[in-house]
Design a protein around this ligand. Structure first.
Ligand SMILES: Cc1cc2nc3c(=O)[nH]c(=O)nc-3n(C[C@H](O)[C@H](O)[C@H](O)COP(=O)(O)OP(=O)(O)OC[C@H]3O[C@@H](n4cnc5c(N)ncnc54)[C@H](O)[C@@H]3O)c2cc1C
Length: 414
């Protein structure tokens, strides 16, 4: 694989960009791999990447029923932060944030990581108490966050109305290192790096069954035939319940649609990410100038990947008191993704009742930010049978009642 560099760019500019090679190969599947990963979203691709990079395991196939990054990874609003409450969450999300900080260099692919800062507004006294508690917890965890007063919020976000009649801004939890990255680029960067290590990314191929013998996984049935494997990882977000059923076990997961929308592009007006969890809305401005806006999940289970009109109205109605200027914007596009919600709003990175079969899911509305840390931990779990970062996120916690309750930090938005 040729490295991307300023010299490569200059060379290609001179020859009218005719010399770029394909970013990743599209090979025919082999009969057997050491590891098969189902799902070429960010988490599946990152797992493959760190299996190769950290453990030298490269006889790996990532099987994707659509196109890589076409699931939630390519549909999310790209918020990155690590200001969670519980220690295991702060550890894995902060690992992810640290990896994001150098991901472009590591992958030799510009993922457009933009640590522009992130504000979580407190608009009720209950939220003030909750976020102060999070700031204290973050300090103990070594995650830098701070509490800021309303006047400082206004200074950082001039377009905000801090004196709303229903929900005035009472302060905010501020993480300066938080921000955004380009979602497609994260998937593409990992895919290119995996392909360069000789791994197979097999798109347009649906996994339809999981085969086993004597309690051990032996491979998967796909729309292109049987593919054998030594180890299997199911990393399919909203479709996790279906894959688990194929493997013969059940998951404590609900699949619901989460949607987002963008406005017409406007001049730069907000250079931080702002989340308003009381009213279920959040907003950032993309490089193109569009206001990227997200809300809560649909109130019923579905797999439509579209979302519903009443939700757009609810989200904008909620945000307009805090951001009056958006009432004059035209909305351009709206879309949905199927997110996988656990009861404690924390992910599952785990062995399963089926031998050599692993699962990574339950990232719900907020897994984009976790992709590098999740891939790192999952690769370690698969290669060594144990990962300190994943240890608390096992499936057994639901049986043992050891919940990692992140409903405040993760249940509403991101
Ligand atoms: C509207 C929206 C906004 C969001 N905003 C944020 C945000 O701002 N910040 C944040 O951190 N997170 C956010 N998220 C959550 C985040 O997008 C997800 O948690 C994350 O992308 C999950 O990645 P993944 O790799 O697990 O799943 P996905 O990217 O969904 O990948 C799973 C893949 O598995 C494939 N698959 C499924 N079944 C099969 C099968 N049988 N055979 C083969 N392949 C299969 C799918 O086609 C899919 O490509 C948002 C999500 C949505 C929908």
């Amino acid at each position: 694989m040729k490295r991307y560099s300023v010299f490569a760019l200059a060379r290609e500019a001179m020859r009218h960009h005719t010399g770029w090679e394909r970013a990743w190969a599209s090979p025919e599947p082999r009969k057997h791999y050491d590891v098969v990963i189902v799902g070429a979203g960010g988490h599946g691709l990152a797992t493959a990447y760190y299996l190769g990079k950290n453990f030298g395991i490269t006889n790996v196939a990532v099987i994707e029923k659509g196109w890589l990054g076409g699931g939630n990874t390519g549909r999310n609003t790209t918020i990155i932060r690590s200001n969670y409450l519980q220690d295991p969450s702060a550890a894995i999300y902060d690992k992810a944030l640290k990896l994001y900080e150098n991901l472009s260099q590591d992958l030799n692919y510009n993922v457009m990581f933009s640590p522009r800062g992130l504000l979580m507004l407190a608009q009720t006294h209950h939220e003030v108490r909750g976020y102060l508690r999070t700031v204290h917890a973050n300090h103990l965890q070594g995650v830098a966050t701070e509490w800021i007063e309303p006047a400082k919020v206004k200074e950082i976000v001039p377009i905000i109305n801090i004196d709303g009649p229903r929900y005035p801004v009472l302060g905010a939890l501020y993480q300066r290192r938080g921000g955004t990255a380009r979602h497609d680029a994260v998937a593409w960067g990992y895919a290119r790096a995996c392909s360069a290590m000789g791994m197979h990314i097999i798109q347009q191929t649906e996994v339809t069954g999981v085969r086993q013998q004597d309690g051990q996984v032996t491979g998967v049935d796909t729309s292109r035939g049987f593919i054998g494997c030594g180890k299997l990882a199911m990393i399919v977000a909203g479709h996790s319940g279906q894959l688990a059923e194929m493997a013969g076990f059940r998951l404590p997961i609900e699949a619901v649609a989460l949607q987002a929308l963008v406005s017409e592009p406007i001049k730069p007006c907000m250079d931080v990410v702002v989340m308003a969890n009381t009213v279920h809305g959040y907003m950032s401005q993309s490089d193109k100038g569009e206001m990227v806006i997200g809300g809560g999940t649909d109130g019923f289970n579905n797999f439509t990947q579209r979302g519903s009109f009443h939700h757009i109205e609810e989200t904008l109605r909620a945000l307009v008191e805090t951001f009056p200027m958006i009432s004059r914007l035209k909305m351009l596009r709206q879309w949905g993704g199927i997110v996988d919600m656990t009861g404690d709003r924390s992910p599952i990175l785990s062995k399963t009742p089926l031998g050599n079969c692993f699962i990574n899911c339950g990232w719900g509305t907020g897994g984009f930010k976790a992709i590098p840390g999740s891939g790192w931990a999952m690769a370690e779990l698969m290669a060594k049978g144990h990962s300190p970062l994943a240890a608390d996120f096992g499936l057994e916690r639901f049986r043992e009642g050891r919940f990692i309750d992140e409903s405040v930090a993760a249940g509403v938005a991101h």
